[in-house]
Design a protein around this ligand. Structure first.
Ligand SMILES: [Zn+2]
Length: 315
């Protein structure tokens, strides 16, 4: 049988090799460009974040009330107590007079800024405020404050849609882990699981005034994680569902590790008492989980101006 391939034109194979070689060159070049562009993008994000943070800090200096011994002695004392316990490093605390039930920290360098919105100081009891302040100081102590800016920038690099969704979800997942860690810091700062839980519940329902309200809101929060839609939505949120945060804290408060840490931080403020698994409810604040026959009057029944004299001093 006669078999020949000599009818192939002269440069056919040369052009084939050239084509494959060019594909390789284009892959190397385009990945180098992507690599460089990503690097530039991250650098750009970092610079923009730094500028935005500086501008935000300036704005805050102009409008917010700095927490100090002269203007806000009671709050300054609470902040100092939390600082002593958690040792977060340099932090400046401000109160912003805006109708938001929230607190946050920001800053790339030191000192970090801790911002409390004024309604917190009206709604929360001193112990609950310690939980909130401790939570924020936990973010500072664990580096979440600056990492959030950098990791957020990294997760925002331009990527094909599918990859962008995965990056975004991963970043949010990390955000939620940070919240659980910061809640533990809050618990260590206030030293009482009941205060920690009631602070979390009040974030969702600042209007609660008695045990009955409290149980009702807790039951509603508890029902939230039954819905599949809520669980899917949670995957893209910075904060876990409140009931999850409460459950995690309750579990953590039962551990030996918690007791050891609580004793350690308590020693920082000269308290040497052994720590119980779950502390007994404070006389002025009703236990959040155990049902009681009579709704106990809480500190919230006292007008905020009496609990927080600096609110009057501000006028
Ligand atoms: Zn947080």
């Amino acid at each position: 049988m006669f078999r020949s391939r000599r009818y192939r034109v002269d440069n056919e194979q040369l052009v084939l090799v050239l084509t494959i070689g060019l594909v390789g060159v284009v892959i190397v070049l385009s990945s180098t460009v992507t690599f460089c562009v990503s690097g530039l993008f991250i650098l750009g994000m970092f610079v923009i974040s730094a500028l935005l943070i500086r501008a935000h800090h300036r704005e805050l200096m102009g409008s917010a009330l700095p927490v100090d011994e002269v203007r806000t002695p009671e709050l300054a004392q609470l902040v100092e107590g939390c600082e002593l316990k958690l040792q977060p490093g340099p932090v400046e605390t401000y109160v912003v007079d805006k109708d938001v039930m929230n607190a946050y920290t920001f800053g790339l360098g030191n000192p970090k800024a801790l911002v409390l919105y004024a309604p917190l100081t009206q709604v929360m009891t001193p112990g609950e405020l310690q939980f909130i302040i401790g939570h924020e100081m936990g973010h500072v102590a664990l580096g979440h404050t600056w990492l959030n800016t950098i990791v957020g920038g990294l997760a925002g690099i331009p990527a094909p849609f599918g990859a962008a969704v995965v990056l975004y979800a991963a970043f949010r997942w990390w955000n939620r882990m940070c919240e659980f860690s910061a809640d533990r810091a809050g618990l260590l700062a206030c030293g009482d699981l009941n205060l920690a839980v009631s602070a979390l519940v009040k974030l969702a329902a600042p209007e609660i005034r008695n045990q009955y309200d409290f149980e009702r809101v807790l039951a509603a929060l508890d029902a939230q994680d039954d819905a599949v839609s809520n669980r899917i939505a949670e995957a893209f949120q910075t904060h876990p569902m409140l009931i999850r945060r409460i459950d995690r804290l309750r579990e953590y408060a039962q551990t030996e590790e918690y007791r050891a840490l609580q004793m350690g931080v308590n020693r920082n403020v000269g308290e040497d008492r052994p720590v119980q698994a779950t502390s007994a409810p404070a006389p002025t604040e009703a236990p959040p989980s155990a049902p009681v026959e009579q709704p106990a009057p809480t500190e919230s029944d006292i007008p905020p101006e009496e609990r927080w004299p600096w609110l009057k001093k501000r006028e």
